[in-house]
Design a protein around this ligand. Structure first.
Ligand SMILES: Nc1ncnc2c1ncn2[C@@H]1O[C@H](COP(=O)(O)OP(=O)(O)OP(=O)(O)O)[C@@H](O)[C@H]1O
Length: 238
């Protein structure tokens, strides 16, 4: 069974002359164990695709399924539970809760799922140590650098046994060495059975993926293009 699958997915914004077709009939799926990189020029629909895959947005047409469950058929509560349990999401702007420490931010989804505070903290600190910042467990986001906040966001996305990890430019605020370490972590989660989707502008980062898809104007233009084509496609869209 695929972990995530989008079938005939369209997403439009606005109406009439102002209609923007963010996605136009996308078919896309990822089985367990696979990491897929999504590339394409700015505005081509990459974030929209990720938001739909993560249940943060709904398609105008078509279906999105996570582990065989059609997201459109779920109540808000059931969707929130599925997102908490099955989906780890690294947002471009981190989305950390400022009033919670790093460890509390990472532990929150586990606690909401009924894990004891103590066990959730232990699991959260383990996850922070996987991104090299366990010593910052008790620090608040505002007292951290952008790169440190990004690592907390990544620790939160990979904590527990999430089956689907979605990452929107997860290395933007990181130096290249830390960025590589984060991609390695994503890779190892996929090697252990998760499905991963990585939005990136960087062909070197896409090199960590098993497969690269290219979006242009809301459509997948060539799902099998070899990596060297990435730069020329990106250039063409500028
Ligand atoms: N809420 C919205 N309302 C109107 N238009 C939107 C909205 N969200 C996205 N769009 C439009 O949909 C298209 C796809 O946007 P999206 O953010 O998915 O692209 P992207 O490939 O992620 O871009 P970037 O690389 O710059 O992040 C763009 O034309 C964008 O302006």
């Amino acid at each position: 069974m695929t972990v995530i699958s989008l079938t005939g997915v369209h997403r439009t914004h606005g109406a009439g002359d102002a209609t923007v077709h963010a996605l136009r009939g996308v078919d896309f799926s990822v089985p367990p164990g696979e990491l897929v990189a999504v590339m394409g020029p700015s505005g081509s629909g990459k974030s929209t695709l990720l938001n739909l895959a993560g249940g943060l947005d709904s398609p105008t047409r078509g279906t999105v399924e996570v582990e065989g469950v059609v997201l459109g058929g779920l109540s808000r509560r059931a969707l929130a539970r599925l997102r908490r349990r099955s989906i780890g999401y690294v947002f471009q702007d981190f989305n950390l809760i400022p009033s919670l420490t790093a460890a509390e931010n990472v532990a929150l989804p586990l606690e909401l799922d009924g894990m004891s505070v103590r066990k959730a903290r232990g699991t959260a600190v383990e996850s922070l140590s996987e991104v090299g910042i366990e010593d910052l467990a008790d620090r608040f986001p505002d007292d951290m650098s952008g790169g440190q906040q990004q690592r907390v966001a990544i620790a939160r996305a990979v904590v527990g046994r999430r089956r689907l990890i979605l990452a929107d430019e997860p290395t933007g605020a990181l130096d290249s060495q830390t960025g590589e370490a984060v991609l390695k972590l994503l890779r190892s989660r996929c090697d252990n059975g998760a499905a991963g989707v990585l939005v990136t502008h960087d062909a070197r980062h896409a090199g960590w993926a098993d497969r690269v898809i290219f979006l242009r104007d809301g459509s997948i233009v060539d799902a099998s293009a070899p990596l060297p084509d990435a730069d020329s496609l990106l250039e063409a869209g500028r």
